[in-house]
Design a binder for this molecule. Structure first.
Ligand SMILES: [Zn+2]
Length: 351
């Protein structure tokens, strides 16, 4: 891909399998495996997080009916943070005063719900950025045609401009446009009342709502780098792209410094992964390994956190290490840069 857009390789086939797979709730039933591109099967939380204990109630694994928007929103992201007040105000502004946040859902209720989610996820980052006025001016005021869009069910990032013609990806971004797929097919959320095939399934859904947010914030990390390319991020005047390149090079020669498999792909993905993880209450990672995982020889680091990251999660417990804390443990200099750009990491509590 050119520097103008940064792909997150398609996870649509993987997500489709996830959604159709029975989950960990019923131990008596056989649990089909999910084969990732390198053949490592994982279906349960410990296989992704190295922990069986999820840091939120079991009820959050199953979606409530789509009819209840607030409840569904809580299910999608069952946390509050110390950024919420600022983020809520900014999210309202993004929705009301600009056409920046869009969805391609045709139903009014679904359109409103997913636009609100998208605005919320974007606002959580934007409101914390130390150069927020510059970012908003460049992104919104100076470019009327810039937008972030969440796709309707079964749509792909290659369906329409500006990313038409590219290979389908879970998300794409450039300096002006951002597009992510919907990881939550509504037939599942509709449940039994709609007669959907997901009505009686218990699947590892806990990952998917969190991943929708992670996906948005990963892509926004690309957008932010493109818009704040010339601002100094240190007293010495180093720019953000220069600092990212320097730290990516540092991670390449420091065994075990990468937090997620996909972060090893290149400097741009390294920064996007760092951004998403910095704002994640869970120490997760993109569902793709992608190219460029030479530090791991392509295996076993193919999905989610790296083996080194999983070891830390296993040692401390999933509920006791946030994404930002994981990054700080793996590469302290990266945490320093993130704090310069985004301020202190958010503090999360369960709702
Ligand atoms: Zn990316």
């Amino acid at each position: 891909m050119t520097r103008a857009s940064w792909p997150l390789p398609s996870v649509w086939p993987l997500l489709s399998v996830l959604l159709l797979t029975s989950g960990p709730a019923d131990a008596a039933r056989p649990t089909p495996g999910i084969a990732d591109p390198l053949g490592i099967a994982w279906t349960r939380s410990h296989q992704f997080f190295a922990s069986e204990t999820l840091p939120f109630p079991t009820a959050h694994r199953l979606a409530p009916a789509f009819a209840d928007g607030d409840r569904l929103a809580s299910w999608m992201f069952p946390y509050t943070s110390n950024h919420d007040a600022d983020a809520e105000a900014l999210a309202a502004e993004l929705l009301n005063e600009t056409s920046f946040v869009r969805s391609s859902f045709t139903g009014a209720r679904a359109d409103a719900f997913f636009r609100e989610r998208l605005a919320s996820y974007l606002a959580e980052i934007i409101a914390s950025v130390t150069a927020e006025p510059v970012l908003l001016a460049r992104l919104l005021d100076n470019h009327e045609d810039c937008f972030a869009v969440i796709d309707s069910v079964a749509e792909l990032t290659s369906d329409r401009p500006p990313f038409a013609g590219l290979d389908p990806h879970a998300g794409l971004a450039n300096g002006c446009n951002l597009e992510v797929i919907t990881t939550l097919p509504l037939w599942y959320l509709a449940g039994a009342s709609a007669g959907g095939p997901g009505a009686d399934l218990s699947v590892p859904m806990f990952l998917l709502p969190t991943y929708e947010r992670y996906l948005v914030q990963h892509e926004f990390g690309h957008m932010l780098e493109a818009n704040l390319f010339d601002l100094p991020v240190s007293d010495a005047g180093e720019t953000l792209p220069a600092a990212i390149d320097r730290l990516y090079a540092q991670a390449q020669v420091a065994p075990g410094a990468f937090a997620s498999c996909y972060a090893a792909t290149n400097a741009a993905e390294y920064w996007a992964e760092a951004t998403a993880l910095y704002f994640s209450p869970l120490p997760i990672g993109s569902l793709n390994g992608g190219d460029g995982n030479e530090p791991y020889g392509g295996s076993p680091c193919s999905v989610g956190p790296t083996p080194e990251a999983r070891a830390i999660v296993k040692q401390l417990g999933l509920a006791d290490i946030s994404g930002a804390a994981l990054l700080a443990a793996l590469q302290p200099d990266l945490a320093t840069l993130l704090e310069a750009v985004y301020g202190p990491p958010p503090f999360f509590s369960l709702r």
